[in-house]
Design a binder for this molecule. Structure first.
Ligand code: TYD
Length: 138
């Protein structure tokens, strides 16, 4: 997954069921996503001004959803950076492997839900930016 670009990453609009008593959005496995969901985790109570991420993955696909509040996700393929402001509970950002990501500008009380294609594996991470550039042949 060395050759992926930020343009392989895209916003996906999820099914939204709007009712007077509230909204409901659905992610229905392969029908919604181009990967099987093997893991779900979420970030919350992120202190103001803090950032998360700061790494890339070699094989992992993710869908990142601001289920509550808002935050920014900056993607970087070694050549191009794209920043997405996530603030809709019915939108997810598909992040393909081989992309450096930084998450910041978390609003108070925001929750970042991540659907992931693989179980947690530290060896799938690239945590050093120079190592990432070498990996991408930049
Ligand atoms: P990390 O992925 O670096 O967090 P972020 O990208 O949000 O900044 O993970 C932070 C810590 O949590 C790290 O020590 C590993 C641990 N962790 C797990 O044990 N399992 C998981 O599924 C994830 C995502 C992280």
């Amino acid at each position: 997954m060395k050759r992926t670009s930020v343009f392989d990453c895209t916003l996906i609009t999820l099914d939204k069921h709007h009712h007077d008593n509230g909204n409901l959005s659905v992610v229905e496995g392969d029908a919604t996503l181009p990967f099987p969901i093997r893991r779900v985790y979420y970030l919350y109570d992120v202190p103001g001004g803090e950032s998360r991420g700061g790494h890339a993955h070699k094989e992992l696909y993710q869908l990142i959803v601001a289920v509550s509040g808002s935050f920014d996700v900056t993607l970087d393929d070694g050549f191009v950076k794209r920043t997405f402001s996530l603030n809709r509970s019915y939108q997810g950002l598909l992040v393909v492997p081989g992309i450096w990501r930084e998450l910041n500008n978390f609003s108070s009380g925001s929750v970042c839900l991540v659907l992931a294609s693989l179980i947690y594996d530290e060896s799938d991470y690239i945590r050093n930016y120079n190592d990432f550039l070498v990996y991408k042949n930049v």
